[in-house]
Design a binder for this molecule. Structure first.
Ligand code: FMN
Length: 276
């Protein structure tokens, strides 16, 4: 093991004890994985293992139809939506982009994290008839994203949309979206390693995750907008998050009423005018 890697692993808190625990636990992990291996027909099925009611999400696509440049050029904050559900596949894809797994040795995620401390949690507040799958819809409520198994855990059942809308200072786009993602942060995960500097790291990470949500939504034809204006404590209570979690962003997810496209000739003209 080279020095850089050793330092890095120490930073990650990988000790001999935890390695041993991993070694002892490995057969159970393997068993759990094979016992719950996901087939296409499992997707969307709600099952109730020991630890709560979960939704098996379809696996995200790792290849897309549009380039990164197009997603950046066509990203816009969009606040007018169609009154239609989004598909479970679309929700799955955006959750993965926000905090999903992109590295399988340590379970690193789609957005960078200071010291891989991962302070962020992602909730999906699903409106009635907000997310379609097969012939039906997900039950309305608040679901927490579980990155390692790519599942949703039902935290609170019921129609929470009006409450969330009021907590977000009555911003219409929250009420009209079939899904509102909420990014919360547990600051202690990062500050216990980096002290008060960890607070800024957490906010930077929320920005990374938020931008991933924007770009992934754009790439699959969905609309979103980063919302920072809301009453923190109300949002936390409405989504059923623990007292250690602090909401940082609400991001509605919906089909846009109209799609934004950057026109290349107008872009070139704009740059040329500003060069004069
Ligand atoms: C930290 C932050 C907070 C924001 N809060 C809100 C908000 O509460 N409501 C809203 O409608 N838009 C909000 N926005 C979106 C901005 O209004 C938007 O990004 C800006 O107008 C530029 O438009 P664009 O995102 O299409 O480039 C926020 C954006 C950021 C980065």
């Amino acid at each position: 093991m080279n020095i850089m890697r050793r330092v890095f692993l120490r930073l990650l808190g990988v000790s001999i004890v935890s390695s041993l625990a991993l070694f002892i636990g490995a057969p159970f992990l393997v068993y759990r994985r094979s016992a719950t291996s996901r087939r296409k027909e499992d997707e969307g099925v709600i099952y109730t293992p020991r630890n709560g009611l979960r939704i098996v999400l379809p696996l995200p696509r790792l290849r897309g139809a549009i380039s990164l440049e197009e997603a950046i050029a066509n990203r816009r904050s969009i606040r007018e939506y169609l009154d239609e559900p989004i598909a479970l596949d679309q929700l799955s894809q955006v959750l993965w982009a926000a905090q999903g797994i992109t590295e399988t040795r340590y379970g690193f995620r789609a957005a960078p994290s200071a010291g891989a401390t991962y302070p962020l949690e992602i909730y999906a507040v699903v409106a009635p008839r907000g997310v379609a799958y097969r012939d039906g819809f997900l039950d309305p409520g608040s679901y927490k994203y579980l990155p390692h198994s790519h599942e949703l855990l039902l935290v609170k059942k019921g129609d929470l949309v009006s409450q969330l809308y009021r907590a977000a200072i009555e911003q219409e786009w929250v009420r009209e979206a079939p899904v509102n993602l909420v990014i919360t942060a547990v600051y202690e995960r990062t500050t216990k390693r980096y002290g008060s500097r960890g607070i800024r790291y957490v906010h930077m990470e929320a920005g990374h995750a938020g931008q991933n949500i924007y770009l992934q939504a754009t790439a699959i034809g969905l609309a979103t907008v980063a919302i920072g204006a809301f009453i923190d404590e109300d949002v936390r209570r409405i989504i059923g998050a623990s007292e250690k979690e602090h909401p940082l962003y609400i991001m509605p997810l919906a089909k846009p009423r109209s799609i934004y496209r950057l026109e290349e000739d107008k872009f070139i003209e704009y740059i040329q005018i500003n060069r004069k």
